[in-house]
Write a new protein. Structure first.
Length: 49
């Protein structure tokens, strides 16, 4: 039981780390891609009205 809990914790930590890395890739892509920036602006503008 203790070994199972340790393995589950390690898997969770690994998944969390990969999710953070994926989010950093997404943020970098958004900051470097003008098409995505325009899309974000188009989505944000109607919400401000």
């Amino acid at each position: 039981m203790k070994n199972t809990l340790i393995i589950l914790c390690l898997l969770f930590v690994s998944a969390f780390a990969k999710a953070q890395q994926l989010q950093s890739y997404i943020d970098e892509a958004q900051s470097n891609n003008p098409e995505i920036q325009l899309l974000n602006c188009a989505i944000i503008e109607p919400k401000k009205k």
